[in-house]
Design a protein around this ligand. Sequence first.
Ligand SMILES: [Zn+2]
Length: 367
Amino acid sequence: MQTTYSFRIYPSKEQEGLMNQTIERCRQLYNAALEQRQIGWKLRRKSITYSVQQNELPALKQALPEFKNIQSQVLQDVLRRLDTAFQNFFEGRARYPRFKGKDHYNSFTYPQVDVVKKTFAKIEQGLLYLSKIGFVKINTHRKFDPTQVSRINIKRKSDGWYANLTCEADLSIVVNPTTQKEIGIDMGLNSFIATSEGELIANPRYLRKTEKYLKRMQRQLSRKQKGSKNRRKAKGKLAKKHLKVANQRKDFHHKLSNHLIKEQDLIAAEDLAVKNMARNHRLAKSIADAGWSQFLRYLEYKALKYGKRFVKVPPHGTSQTCICGAGVPKTLADRVHYCPECGLTGNRDIVSAKVILKRAQELAAVA
Ligand SMILES: [Zn+2]
């Protein structure tokens, strides 16, 4: 399992220039390699593979010296990105790879940190070494083990630069004390989650507020004239706001998942194919906003890290059955569960959470 630490970096003007240049050349390489694959297929019905393209990199550097200023592995990673995009397409997970415009290519990656011994030599002084760029100021606000870092991704965002450090399997599992408590959680229709203990947990107010503001800005932007200076300005402002919302959401998801992992020995949730659900338009917006899948990812890795259990159960009909097993059909508008068999009455989302917990306990008993 991998963990990624995201730290802000503060390049000098000169370093920033180099980093922008690196991104632009990586983008050009990506597009050129995509074109090469397309032409190869059109003219000769021949698939051009990653290794073919990688073997051409030295010749490329000879022909175009500006690529000499970029570490070879960074360029290899660009080709690997393209290769992954094609794999995803072939396996039906994504659309056919597209050419990347300037707004859609914002990072580059050092895929093998361990060979660059210099990388963390001055990390204690707040400096990260990036090949061909130099020592860049970094704010490592969290502790991490440099020997575990396997790759570094440098990302340009609307509010500045970030280094994303991917650490390999941190097997130092910290076993939290057991609590003998088990909980089921359901993605609520009105709240963020409902729990089998009868709680409804809403998105925090600050998050709802920025989300609302974001929607307003989006509407204003669509009214501004295309290509105008005003529109460009508004676009930049909007991008910053988006980032803020994403960070607030992350923060909320971390806090809530930490709380659950600490309090519970077992956490059960629906195994949601979020994509499938998103096709249902009535639910689509709220699912996207809630970032439910991000939250489940957090729970999953924290359960692993702290020696707790996270169980995903088949989602089929969790809102349409009772814990006694009887079927209790409901439409989306029905807010209350009432079971004619056993008489259980309650908030529909809370009952669903109880059904989810029961399913997980049955699964756990078999396993
Ligand atoms: Zn019942």
